[in-house]
Design a protein around this ligand. Structure first.
Ligand code: NI
Length: 262
């Protein structure tokens, strides 16, 4: 079986002591590819460096909505474009909106502006987009419908409603599912996963955060993406092998750069 962990942060210092071991454990379970995402210019450079070093690792570059103090119009745009030109960079992300941590309306407007600016970079470079969106469902959907036209991408660690998911799918965007699907308080996520057209689902860990059951609370790692896939199989009444197959195809279809030789 072959899995792709489509959203991860193996550049995190929590992996600095044993990254090679973590990656070996993932490979042994068939998790042969991972996409690490940056959230600042610095971490974007770090995930590009990891992709250069490890076979099977790819990178997404961009500035996260909680990190926009890092953003300066000219310099940041130039730097993101420069990083995105590197071999094994397959996406712009993670970018988006986070209203959970940001309550100030002016700062939220600035998040929108910088999100849209980075969508333009994705369009210019013909790259797919990985979106972080938390408690900003309405504005995120509005931007998807207007400013993101013609782009492809995923709402990673999806936390919206089923109604919103249906709109997202209609626009041709996918949702990324991770550890919270396996939690007891997973709320509406199981219903959304059951209702999802299978070509609209990606699996991810968001490691080191959000480890799925039975490792909830521990450091997350790409090997655990198999537990997310198992939960999807259980909920949808499918074989694990089938879930592995179609989520891998979906990942290759969206993130074209991960196909072929790695
Ligand atoms: Ni993330």
């Amino acid at each position: 079986m072959n899995f792709v962990d489509t959203h991860c942060h193996l550049n995190d210092e929590k992996f600095s002591a044993d990254l090679a071991e973590v990656w070996r454990r993932a490979n042994e379970l068939g998790v042969s590819r991972v996409i690490n995402f940056g959230d600042t210019l610095k971490s974007s450079a770090a995930v590009v460096a990891l992709a250069e070093k490890f076979s099977g690792m790819f990178a997404g570059v961009g500035i996260h909505p909680e990190e926009i103090s890092d953003f300066e119009e000219k310099n940041s745009v130039e730097k993101i474009i420069e990083l995105a030109a590197q071999k094994k960079v397959v996406a712009i992300g993670e970018i988006g909106l986070d209203y959970y941590w940001e309550k100030d309306s002016g700062a939220r407007l600035l998040q929108q502006k910088i999100f849209i600016r980075q969508l333009d970079i994705a369009r210019q470079l013909n790259l797919p987009v990985c979106i972080h969106e938390r408690e900003a469902h309405g504005d995120a959907l509005k931007i998807l419908k207007t400013e993101a036209r013609g782009l492809r991408g995923v709402l990673h660690c999806y936390s919206g409603s089923l109604e919103m998911a249906r709109e997202v799918w209609k626009l041709g965007w996918l949702i990324g599912v991770d550890g919270p699907l396996t939690f007891k308080n997973s709320a509406k996520l199981p219903e959304i996963v059951k209702a999802a057209p299978r070509e609209m689902l990606l699996i991810e860990t968001d490691a080191p955060y959000l480890a799925p059951v039975p490792n909830r609370g521990k450091r997350n790692e790409p090997a655990f993406v198999v537990d997310v896939a198992k939960k999807i199989a259980e909920l949808r009444g499918e074989e694990l092998e089938f879930v592995a197959q179609y989520t891998t195809e979906n990942a290759e279809h969206l993130y074209k750069g991960i196909s072929g030789k790695w």
